[in-house]
Design a protein. Structure first.
Length: 433
């Protein structure tokens, strides 16, 4: 009897393995078959970008696709977000997949037939708009994933939430938006999400390759403003005033010593960048006030808090030494994007099946930031990178994200679809209820 019992267990296990392999084969075939549609969707979205919290036509395009597939569709989530819900044919966990939707105020220089000529309004100015960070590819991949999974829903264990998120680049002005607003409006609940996955295209990673990192992967992003209040004077008589421009120059140098002399960079990297300075109206007037804006990037929570305190102390003490005063404000935009190590280990075979084991590898952490990080507070999360650099090119010469020359090879977007689908089937099978 015992022998037959063990034999039964072995046969069941063998069948489960063969069934899982069969599912991956089906996923690969269906993903490859819709590649022309993926490219078509991506190029349409690329040609018609919209800015953060203004993705109205983008949302309508996505919602129409999801409704056509028969999904339960929610619109107007976090202003312009779209959520599709697909219930599988078997009981199991709730799995969320996320893509971001917004373009950037960047004028495209890439010579392609589907280049963006769109314009939008950003903080009161008319600006060119471009998908200069690859969000068009993310949406196309998630649309394709919805197509494949809806055709295989009887084999899905659990429920899949397709989250199309607006304003990843940050809502304009004082508006709410992005992942925090989606979470506030309950996107991770009803039904409650058990795990969430996301991806980001990368212009300097060879097309079809996948990179990932367990634990801290992307930096927390804080934006800071330092206002220096001095005393106005004639430009020919600087001794009659307190020059905020000279003081600001000293503060900027002081901020860099926080990085180079006060932080243990063997533990985690830190970046402090001043990206904007405004002061004065004439060349012969020493102004009364200066305002500088910048960003902080950290990958360790203790260092994150310490850097904030040191920025305040550095700015105030340098200003006080010259008779000026300062106001320092720091606004946290994103948290550290943290990949749950156990989830990464569990899902690594899913990625390897999608791209090939030799094309999936661990990366170093990056000081770029993602508001996907907020979803990780609500459920175990795994965020990975998909290559979009044309084969044979030098990564050092690839145009960076957020630039006019940013370019993505969309010939292997089906790799992203395969990865997402494999993760859904594998997680459902391993965590089935």
């Amino acid at each position: 009897m015992k022998k037959y019992f063990l034999l039964g267990i072995l046969m069941t296990a063998s069948y489960a393995i063969l069934r899982a392999q069969d599912i991956k084969t089906q996923v690969a075939g269906k993903a490859t078959a819709i590649l022309p549609e993926l490219i078509q969707w991506r190029r349409y979205l690329h040609e018609h970008p919209e800015l953060s919290n203004r993705e109205f036509k983008t949302a309508a395009y996505i919602a129409a696709h999801l409704k056509k597939l028969g999904l339960e569709v929610q619109t107007g989530v976090a202003k312009t977000g779209v959520v599709g819900i697909l219930k599988g044919g078997k009981p199991g966990p709730v799995i969320a997949l996320r893509a971001d939707m917004d373009g950037l105020p960047v004028k495209e220089r890439v010579d392609v037939p589907f280049a963006s000529k769109a314009e939008g309004e950003y903080l009161g100015q008319t600006v060119a708009v471009m998908h200069a960070c690859g969000h068009d590819t993310h949406m196309a991949i998630l649309m394709g994933t919805a197509s494949v999974l809806s055709a295989m829903k009887k084999d899905i264990a659990g429920t899949v939430k397709f989250i199309f998120q607006p304003a990843e680049e940050g809502p304009p002005g004082t508006e709410e938006g992005g992942a925090p607003l989606m979470i506030k409006e309950g996107v991770m609940d009803n039904p409650k999400v058990d795990a969430i996955f996301g991806l980001h295209i990368n212009s300097a990673t060879p097309v079809g390759e996948i990179k990932y990192k367990p634990g801290a992967e992307m930096a927390a992003s804080d934006w800071f403003t330092i206002k220096v209040k001095g005393k106005q004077s004639h430009g020919s008589q600087p001794w009659g005033g307190v020059d905020p421009i000279v003081i600001a120059a000293q503060i900027i140098q002081g901020l860099q010593t926080i990085v180079s002399r006060q932080q243990n960079l063997t533990k985690a990297p830190v970046v402090i960048t001043v990206g904007k300075i405004h002061s004065g109206v004439r060349s012969n007037i020493i102004p009364e006030e200066l305002v500088m804006d910048g960003t902080i990037r950290t990958l360790d929570e203790a260092m994150h808090k310490d850097v904030h305190e040191r920025i305040r102390n550095t700015a105030s003490h340098i200003a006080a030494a010259s008779g000026a005063t300062v106001e320092v404000s720091i606004d946290t935009k994103t948290k550290v994007t943290y990949n749950d190590p156990a989830l990464v280990k569990l899902m690594l075979p899913s990625l390897e099946a999608a791209a090939g084991k030799e094309k999936v590898y661990e990366m170093e952490w990056t000081t770029g930031a993602e508001d996907f990080s907020f979803f990780g507070d609500k459920a175990p999360a795994f965020f990975f990178f998909l290559g979009g650099m044309p084969a044979g090119r030098d990564p050092k010469k690839a145009a960076p994200h957020h630039t006019p020359d940013f370019f993505i090879d969309d010939s292997m977007l089906d790799t992203g679809v395969k990865a997402f689908c494999n993760m859904v089937f594998d997680y459902g099978r391993l965590k089935g209820k």
